[in-house]
Design a protein around this ligand. Structure first.
Ligand code: 856
Length: 322
């Protein structure tokens, strides 16, 4: 059973899409070359001269992908963010390449387009097992697609393909496609879905963020990945022990890549199956930083979080400021 809280209207206005092929991490350099940037720079110059508040030519370009108010520790720990969320169910009978799912999205069309994320459940599991992430992340300003897989026994490589098929459906055919910036996409998944998250990132380097949650994969080497990746492990995981899964995954990622490893304290393989403030807080920060290029969230990622009641260990190389 599904509830359509609100169907989006395709007639409602949306913001102009991002320039084709643009990547948030390269926003500044691209803008500098563009006519739009020249216009903005002249505007900034004139404004600076008029007010005397800004030296000529030094105004930074605003981030066109920033959504929502400035974050605080409590805003990223809260059970809901600033955006009201609607949802719509996608039948498995209406799609190919994955098993359908539920799309959670900000109800408002006043803030332009949003980045989007597909999330896969684990072996033998359904979208219900990761459903808490739908409204939790969408309310912060993302379109979130929690999917079912074709069969619950599908392996990580297949789950990776299915995450990509779900993103393609989301951006090309779904009822919310006009609300999405198709250049700003990410993937997440639990267990074998986390293994699939790594597979998807390897196969599609244009993805802007990847987050495996207690990921499971027989392949331990991911040096080909170009996508900023945050790996969650759990200290008490006996199904995907960190020593043979999340830790080697993290270590194998290139040191030149924006990457991080967060080992949850007092946690099990199934901790990502219920609402978890630590998973939400750092996932939101990572998605905002790399899908929205929103450096306001860097404060939660750098300096690296210290061990705490919820964090057994954190490793990372800190986002390189654009
Ligand atoms: C929830 C992944 C040999 O591999 C396993 O036993 C195994 C078991 C479960 C999962 C998984 O995805 O669990 C998530 O169903 C591997």
């Amino acid at each position: 059973m599904h509830t359509v809280v609100q169907q989006p209207s395709s007639e409602l206005p949306t913001a102009a899409p991002a320039p084709a092929g643009s990547r948030p991490s390269r926003v500044k350099s691209r803008l500098v070359r563009s006519g739009l940037a020249a216009f903005l720079a002249v505007g900034a110059l004139v404004a600076g001269q008029a007010t005397g508040a800004q030296a000529a030519g030094t105004e930074a370009a605003a981030n066109p992908y920033e959504r929502g108010p400035a974050p605080t520790e409590s805003s990223i720990e809260a059970s809901r963010g600033p955006y009201a969320v609607s949802e719509t169910s996608v039948s498995s009978l209406s799609v190919t390449g994955f098993g359908g799912g539920t799309i959670y999205y900000p109800t408002s069309t006043s803030d332009g387009t949003f980045g989007a994320i597909a999330i896969s459940p684990g072996y033998t599991a359904y979208q219900s097992s990761i459903a808490w992430l739908g409204p939790r992340l969408a309310s912060q300003g993302f379109v979130v697609f929690t999917i079912d897989t074709n069969t619950t026994l599908d392996q990580p490589a297949s789950r990776g393909d299915q995450l990509l098929a779900a993103l393609d459906y989301l951006t090309s055919r779904s009822t919310v496609r006009t609300r999405i910036d198709s250049s700003r996409l990410g993937v997440m998944g639990h267990s074998m879905g986390g293994g699939g998250t790594l597979e998807a990132a390897k196969d599609r380097p244009s993805l802007q963020a990847a987050i495996p949650l207690t990921g499971w994969n027989l392949d331990k080497t991911w040096s080909e990945i170009k996508t900023p990746t945050l790996i969650f492990g759990a200290d008490g995981d006996t199904i995907a022990p960190v020593a043979s899964h999340s830790e080697p995954f993290y270590t194998s990622l290139p040191s030149s890549l924006d990457k991080a490893y967060l080992e949850l304290n007092g946690a099990t393989h199934f901790t990502p199956n219920s609402s978890n403030t630590t998973i939400a807080k750092y996932s939101i920060s990572w998605l905002k930083r790399f899908i929205d290029n929103d450096t306001r969230y860097e404060q939660f990622l750098c300096p690296l979080p210290r061990p705490s009641l919820s964090i057994e260990e954190y490793r990372g190389n800190c986002p390189h400021t654009s």
